[in-house]
Design a protein around this ligand. Structure first.
Ligand SMILES: [Zn+2]
Ligand SMILES: [Zn+2]
Length: 148
């Protein structure tokens, strides 16, 4: 997948610099959202160093290209798992274990766009997250409830 990201960078005319590659690698290697500080710490473990300004700039670029996203409720960043899938990329976030799932649905975007247009608003992108319980945590909770 990092190869895909690198191809997209190049196709958009961006050089694959060392910081860009390093941040992409960190995002690729983690399941949970990471902050710029986490990224710095994880790189440090491998004997690599990037300053915060650089990490923020790289994240800005990657988010702008849809190669990474900010998970709003967690304040951290994840690599995009959908590639060029149409529609805005959205997340469901488990409030118990923190697992996140990315999805996109063009019909959902169209519906939201229609809704916004009804009061004259022109939508450029949708940011949305659903908070709740993943299937595992939900099952555990139901089991717990039944033993009380
Ligand atoms: Zn995505
Ligand atoms: Zn969960």
């Amino acid at each position: 997948m990092i190869q895909d990201s690198i191809q997209i960078l190049q196709a958009q005319g961006y050089k694959v610099t060392k910081p860009r590659r390093q941040v992409l690698e960190v995002l690729e290697g983690t399941q949970k959202p990471v902050s710029p500080y986490d990224i710095q710490r994880l790189l440090g473990k491998q004997g690599k160093y990037l300053n915060h300004v650089t990490i923020y700039r790289v994240l800005d670029l990657l988010c702008g290209l849809n190669l990474a996203h900010k998970v709003l409720s967690k304040g951290g960043f994840v690599g995009c798992s959908l590639g060029k899938t149409g529609g805005c990329h959205r997340f469901v976030v488990c409030r118990q274990c923190g697992v996140i799932e990315e999805f996109a649905d063009e019909v959902l975007c169209q519906e939201e766009g229609k809704f916004a247009r009804s009061f004259g608003f022109h939508t450029e992108c949708h940011l949305s997250e659903s908070s709740g319980l993943c299937s595992d945590c939900y099952r555990k909770q139901v089991k717990q409830d039944s033993t009380v």
